[in-house]
Design a protein around this ligand. Structure first.
Ligand code: COA
Length: 196
């Protein structure tokens, strides 16, 4: 009964957040939120190898804001090459993450709103597929499944059952095989790796 009442309350609750493009003044709040929600080990993840020193894909850094404009949720997507296709051509795709919502605002639909906005924006911008590493129980509701990524690998340790993909263009990942590598723009001032 309590669960039913909770969902009825949630349904009629006023919308208390908005989804917005991230802007430079959000960076500190976003990083503080990520540290709090994901913990200090977040920078050791394989996905971080792809994000390090890169700029997110154009128009695909989103935040959720409370009524006062404070950042209470974040999601970003990154340009990658997802192995090669059947013709041996590198395949453009996006890697999503991290997605995080301030625990004090959990369960209000903010994570879902960020995901739906990100998927729609990626589709409108002509991207073919989105990959991510996360809980299938959460991401399957948005159409992400492990099957589509079965011949792809992350550039570091990852759990196969948590490596998921969504095709925005049907068949985009058909035949995709190989390693995910970053292909996005470098951050200004990022260290340049010298040739050996
Ligand atoms: C996962 C996260 C982004 C969800 O944000 P949110 O705003 O609370 O999500 P929503 O309100 O849109 O959805 C809540 C639903 O997702 C479910 N859910 C949340 N996290 C989940 C998970 N890891 N696995 C499965 N279901 C999950 C909740 O049980 C709830 O289910 P219901 O709709 O049946 O009640 C948030 O909990 C978070 O930041 N977690 C820590 C960071 C993290 O783990 N991010 C990556 C997710 S793998």
């Amino acid at each position: 009964m309590a669960a039913v009442l909770d969902s009825v309350r949630a349904f009629f609750a006023p919308v208390t957040f908005t989804i917005d493009m991230e802007n430079p003044s959000d960076v500190v709040a976003r990083e503080t939120l990520l540290d709090r929600v994901m913990g200090p080990d977040r920078r050791k993840k394989s996905s971080e190898i792809i994000r390090r020193n890169r700029v997110p894909a154009e128009g695909l850094a989103l935040v959720a804001r409370d009524r006062d404009g404070r950042v209470i949720g974040t999601v970003r997507l990154w340009n990658v090459e997802a192995g090669i296709n059947n013709e041996g051509t590198p395949l453009d795709a996006l890697l999503l993450g991290p997605l995080a919502v301030d625990g004090r605002h959990g369960g209000k639909g903010i994570g879902s709103a960020l995901m739906r906005a990100a998927i729609l924006e990626a589709k409108n911008r002509g991207h073919g597929a989105i990959l991510l590493v996360g809980d299938a129980d959460y991401y399957e509701r948005f159409g992400f499944f492990a099957d589509k990524a079965r011949h792809l690998v992350m550039p570091g340790p990852f759990e196969r059952s948590r490596f998921l993909a969504l095709e925005l263009v049907e068949g985009w990942l058909g035949g995709a095989a190989g390693m995910i590598v970053p292909s996005g723009r470098m951050l200004a001032g990022a260290p340049v790796r010298k040739a050996a």
